[in-house]
Design a protein around this ligand. Structure first.
Ligand code: MG
Length: 387
C-alpha cells in the first residue's frame, strides 16, 4: 500500500457568542482536519491542534513540507514515518506548529492501520484497560458580561443536569474574582461533583499560590496550567506550596523530550498531553509510558472536533491502571459542552457523548469500528471548508 495524497482541510464558522479564556476570546470555531489517501482506496483521518489563523500556518507546513515526504510511502510504517518527519523538522522547530502538524498526520496513519486490519484503534494500542470511563464537562468560559458568577453558576447546574459528575471552569481574572467564580461554581454544582479550574498560564507563581489556596479550601480536584509552561522551576515551587491540591499541565508541552522536563523537574501531579499537538498517537503512547514510570497519572487534554474526541476516547480506554487496585484512579475524558457544530454535525454518526453521559451515570465508551471509528459528513465539510 502506498500514500497517494495528503489533504489539509480547514473548517471554520462564526460563533453566535464569543467565548474566552485567560489568553483571549474565540469568535470563530476552527477545525483543521487531514486526510491521507492510499492506492488501495483506504483513507485515514486526523486532526491538527491549533485554533484560528494558526490552522492556516499549519496547513502550509502540511502542504509544503510534510506531504511531499509522505507521498509514495507505505502508510503502515507509522513509527518509521514519525521519526523521519521529526528528524526532517528538528532543526526548524522541536515544539509548536511543526510538531502539531506531524501529530495530525500520525493520527491519520493510525486510522489507516486500523482500517487495513479491521481493528479499532484501542485494539491496535494493546486493548482496553477499561470498558468505560468518566467524561468531565468543560464549560464556564469567559463571557463579556458583568454577572459572570451567575452565568457560571447556571452553566454548572446545566452541566450537572446533563449527567456529568465532574466539571471544569476557566479562571484567570485575578485572585479575588477567581475565588468568587470558583465559590459560585462549587455552590451551584452541589456535593459529590469533581471540580477543576484552568488558568491557561495566566499567573506568576506567587499569584498562583494565592488562588490555589482558595481552590484547595473549596475542595477543587486540580488546578490546571497555573503559570507559564516555560517556567519549570516555578511549577515545582507552586506544586510544593500547594500540597493537597493537584497541579495539572502538559497541553503546551511537546514530544517525549518536553514532557521529560515536566516529569524530571517534578512540575505536575497530573500530566495532560494533547495528542493532536504533542506528536500524535505514536508519541502520546511513549509519553504515557514515561509518565507512568514516574508514577504520574495521565489525563489527556482534549480540545478539538469530534475527530479528536474519538481519538481520545480510544486513548482513555488503553491508559493502564496506575498503579492498579480495586478502587482505581481513573483517567477522564475532557468534553467541551459549549455550543459547537464540530461536535454535533461533523460526523455521519455522532459520538453521542451527552446521551452516553446521561444514560450511563456520567460514563462513556470508545467507538468500536475500525481505526478511529468515525466517518466525516462530506456535505458538512464542504459547507464549512475555508481552506
Ligand atoms: Mg487547559
Amino acid at each position: 500500500m502506498r500514500i497517494t495524497n495528503v489533504e489539509s482541510i480547514v473548517l471554520q464558522y462564526d460563533m453566535d457568542e464569543p467565548l474566552g479564556y485567560a489568553q483571549g476570546y474565540y469568535h470563530q470555531r476552527t477545525a483543521h482536519l487531514v486526510r491521507i489517501d492510499t492506492d488501495e482506496g483506504l483513507s485515514g483521518i486526523g486532526e491538527i491542534f491549533g485554533a484560528g489563523n494558526v490552522a492556516f500556518a499549519n496547513q502550509a507546513i502540511v502542504r509544503h513540507v510534510l506531504a511531499p515526504l509522505l507521498t509514495g510511502r507505505n502508510p503502515l510504517d507509522v513509527n518509521a514515518i514519525w521519526h523521519d518527519l521529526y528528524n526532517h523538522l528538528r532543526d526548524h522547530g522541536q515544539k509548536g506548529m511543526p510538531i502539531a502538524s506531524i501529530s495530525g498526520l500520525d493520527i491519520a496513519l493510525w486510522d489507516i492501520l486500523g482500517k487495513s486490519t479491521g481493528l479499532p484503534l484501542y485494539q491496535l494500542l494493546g486493548g482496553k484497560c477499561r470498558d468505560d470511563y468518566v467524561a468531565y464537562g468543560y464549560g464556564m468560559m469567559f463571557q463579556k458580561r458583568d454577572d459572570l458568577e451567575e452565568s457560571y453558576a447556571a452553566e454548572a447546574r446545566r452541566i450537572v443536569e446533563m449527567g456529568f459528575r465532574a466539571l471544569k471552569m476557566k479562571i484567570g481574572m485575578g485572585v479575588a474574582r477567581d475565588t468568587s467564580l470558583a465559590t459560585a461554581v462549587q455552590l451551584a454544582a452541589g456535593s459529590g461533583i469533581k471540580l477543576m479550574a484552568d488558568a491557561n498560564h495566566a499567573y506568576s507563581p506567587g499569584e498562583a499560590i494565592s488562588i490555589g489556596n482558595a481552590l484547595r479550601d473549596l475542595g477543587f480536584y486540580w488546578f490546571e496550567e497555573p503559570i507559564m509552561p516555560e517556567d519549570y522551576q516555578g511549577y515545582r515551587t507552586v506544586r510544593r506550596a500547594l500540597a493537597g491540591l493537584q497541579i495539572a499541565a502538559g497541553e503546551a508541552e511537546w514530544t517525549r523530550f518536553g514532557h521529560r522536563e515536566l516529569l524530571t523537574r517534578e512540575c505536575v501531579d497530573i500530566l495532560q498531553p494533547e495528542v493532536a499537538a504533542t506528536g500524535g498517537i505514536s508519541e502520546f503512547m511513549k509519553i504515557l509510558s514515561m509518565a507512568h514510570a514516574f508514577g504520574t497519572p495521565v489525563i489527556p487534554h482534549v480540545w478539538g472536533s469530534d475527530v479528536l474526541i474519538a481519538v481520545d476516547m480510544h486513548l482513555l480506554a488503553v491508559i493502564p491502571d496506575l498503579p492498579g487496585g480495586l478502587h482505581q484512579f481513573e483517567p477522564m475524558l475532557e468534553y467541551d459542552t459549549t455550543p459547537n457544530l464540530f461536535h454535533s454535525q461533523l460526523l455521519v454518526e455522532p459520538l453521542n457523548i451527552i446521551e452516553q453521559v446521561n444514560a450511563n451515570g456520567g460514563r462513556v465508551r470508545p467507538p468500536e469500528r475500525p481505526g478511529i471509528g468515525i466517518e466525516l459528513d462530506e456535505d458538512f465539510v464542504a459547507h464549512h471548508r475555508v481552506a
